[in-house]
Design a protein around this ligand. Structure first.
Ligand code: KG4
Ligand code: ZN
Length: 334
């Protein structure tokens, strides 16, 4: 009943969900890396080529047609504006042609709403960690419609630090997964790495100094790739975990939510599970396929908004935006 589209970076995604947020069909196309990264214009053009066929396939595999779609949703930002405009314009055009409501969704709220399956399923208060290629942030949530930023990264995102470290070690792009695999056979205590902004009580992060320290250690030639990867991974996961659980204790959270591409990291998943068990709180981790960008999360954020306000909709003038700043994270952008 709801068709969602996500094109904020280099993944094109579409999902068709029922009113309870169950996935009737979905698809994600991960674009091949260009020159070791993302080239915005190439990414936008690829979204343009891929999206129409993808949406048709999603509807066919759900046994539905466009007329069955009650609501259309798309990510409006933050992200690469050229990429966002493709999915946004596509979903708005369909909504306009079929005279259905359109919802422009915040990508960060989308990541967190991968855990939404109806208003009563997650217990609050909660603390959420969003950790992806573009973002690293902590939020305090007293309900699905009350999500307040506690702190975020002052420079690189954790996923970006994984990708830059992996690139330096010739592990390809995006290299977070390859680095995670390599780290499994390394010694996490081999390289002594700093913890910038590492004070447990600070909800802010900084990863660019860590990245520089890793480069210097790597260039010294003293360490094996496995030890380098294991030490870097342990440092990043340690910082994320201790800051998250400090805030969970501070707000007497009964749930901890984690979302974003870096939650695919095997050590982070283990550390979060151990931390949640120690504190006696519920832990919500996305299934592996929904850690990185997908349209299911966008669709669930739109459904949460509709559950909150059945008349919710964005104007068709809703525009793309590159950056989000503010304290209160809303699902609806316009
Ligand atoms: O959520 P996402 O698709 O991007 C943004 O919205 O920004 O996350 C992609 C990021 C990349 O930086 C990628 O290297 C990282 O998630 N990632 C990982 C792992 N799998 C993906 N990082 C660490 N360990 C992994 N296993
Ligand atoms: Zn994302």
């Amino acid at each position: 009943m709801l068709l969602a589209v996500e094109t904020s970076c280099d993944d094109s995604a579409a999902a068709f969900l029922d009113a309870d947020g169950r996935v009737l069909a979905q698809e994600v196309f991960t674009q091949p890396p260009q020159m070791g990264g993302v080239v915005p214009e190439i990414a936008s053009r690829l979204h343009m080529e891929v999206l129409p066929g993808m949406v048709s396939r999603v509807l066919v595999s759900a046994g539905a047609s466009l007329e069955d779609v009650r609501y259309f949703a798309a990510t409006a930002g933050p992200g690469l504006v050229g990429s966002l405009l493709v999915g946004l314009s596509f979903a708005k055009a369909l909504a306009m042609a079929l005279n259905r409501p359109f919802l422009g969704i915040n990508h960060l709220a989308g990541h967190i709403h991968i855990h939404y399956s109806g208003a009563g399923e997650v217990r609050f208060p909660a603390v959420a960690l969003l950790v992806s290629g573009g973002h690293t942030a902590l939020f305090h949530m007293t309900g699905w419609s009350n999500c307040t930023l506690l702190g975020c990264t002052r420079d690189d995102a954790a996923g970006e630090a994984f990708d830059k470290t992996a690139k330096m070690m010739d592990l390809g792009y995006p290299g977070g997964k390859a680095l995670d695999l390599l780290a499994r056979t390394g010694n996490p205590g081999a390289v002594d790495l700093p913890s910038p902004l590492g004070a447990t009580h600070s909800p802010e992060f900084s990863f660019s100094g860590l990245k520089t320290a890793v480069r210097l250690a790597w260039e010294s030639g003293l360490y094996s790739p496995e030890d380098m990867a294991a030490s870097f991974r342990a440092r990043v996961c340690g910082i994320l975990t201790k800051k998250l659980f400090f805030q969970a204790r501070r707000f007497r959270a009964v749930s901890v939510l984690a979302a974003g591409g870096v939650t695919a990291n095997s050590l982070l998943r283990e550390s979060l599970a151990a931390g949640a068990a120690r504190l006696g709180v519920d832990l919500l981790l996305p299934p592996m396929e929904h850690t990185t960008d997908n349209a299911v999360m966008v669709g669930r954020a739109a459904l949460a908004e509709l559950d909150h306000d059945p008349g919710a909709c964005s104007p068709l003038s809703c525009n793309a935006f590159a950056r989000w700043s503010g304290e209160e994270l809303s699902r609806l952008c316009c």
